[in-house]
Design a protein around this ligand. Sequence first.
Ligand code: HEM
Length: 416
Amino acid sequence: MNISSTKSKYPIRLPNSEGFVEYGFDGVGVAFNNDLQSWKYNRQFFSQAMMSPSFNYQALKWTNELWNEMESYWNNLGEDHELDLIKWLRRFANEMIFRISTGVKNDAIASYYNIIILNNNNNNSLNEKENVKLKESYDFKLLKNKDYLFSKLYTIVKERRIEIENSPLDQPLRHDMLTSFITANTPRDINVVKQADSDLLRPMTDKEIFGNILDTMLGGTDTTANLICFVVYYLEHYPEIKKRLRHEFDTVLGEDLTRPITYKDLDKLEYCDAIIKEVFRCSPIFIINGRINSQSDKVGGYDWPEGTQFQMLFSAIIKHKDYWTEHEKFDPDRFYRVEESDKYLLEKKNMKTTFPMFGGGIRICPKRIIELKCLLFLIYRKYDIELVDMNSPLKYKRDFLNLCKELIVKIKPRKF
Ligand code: HEM
């Protein structure tokens, strides 16, 4: 099922339910698009936009900027203020992904801060009421906000088209996904990679662009926010592991607490990478994934007709004793330089098929762990996080993802 070629017999993840169709997901974007020609067309632009170095450079610059903003609010609230980390991080992830995908700053963090402190709205840009509506709309439970969300996104697409049309040809364009989508296969194309397949060589329509932006927000908000909260919870319960993580941060980044993080730095954070994976293994945000076969196939010794729906239970595979050494133990070392160790032999043998954190095959997640590493670094380089209730279990509820319900913390300046 994980063959990474378009010849895969398993090109579809889920059937299009009535709700998905009602919400308008059928035939648009990437994640829920079961029209394979249309998916292929969109997916190439999605991956292309995300792979471009200048896009990644821009994304990192915005992450650093937004972090500085959130940090200033935390500092103003003071170290004894009890804050619900998931509420902040959902807004952070949302504002970040909104900016990366559209180039527009939605001020989700600022307006949340204003609600807490001033109890009034930020009138400079999207206000808290609008942000709540946007955020609720991403949850796609609330059909009532659908029209609002769709019209907002279409307006952003149309306005950016006009801006680009009015920009002189020799003026460099901003590197957000929207710009990449609008200019794809036009004389203003900012992407380097060119596709040979002639079906893929036409510009994108507003509807296609809209679908991809919606997917980016759906894919990038709750995943990042919830997983970071889970990581924080584990780090606070495993101080030795936190100490090693900080040692890695300090070694890679030195003592200048104000230096912005770069992509080169992030590549070097191998232990950080291992921690995120091990937290995902022990407390996964995704527990299940699906595939539908486009041709009959033999699986598990049985013949299955075309159109069979398979469910893969991530949460069982990633803790199975046949694939993981001391499978119940929380130990990031099973992901850290595992080739050099003789301890984690099972992991060494099976990892490619037993750790589907980002899925696999042609529908694999187009994003990677990079934002999570960046955010963890930004938090732990300068701050100590204190869980207000150390005895509380990790509070989460099961939805499409495992969602953190609450994580009350105090943010204190780091003691060196
Ligand atoms: C902690 C972070 C994340 C995790 C663990 C994660 C995990 C996953 C998984 C398991 C899938 C299903 C893959 C499959 O069926 O084989 C997926 C698909 C997808 N993810 Fe992510 N994801 C994360 C972050 C993101 C971000 C930040 C974005 C957007 C910028 C994103 C966009 C998508 C999209 C568009 C798909 C559908 C791909 C397709 O159908 O072709 N994800 N993700």
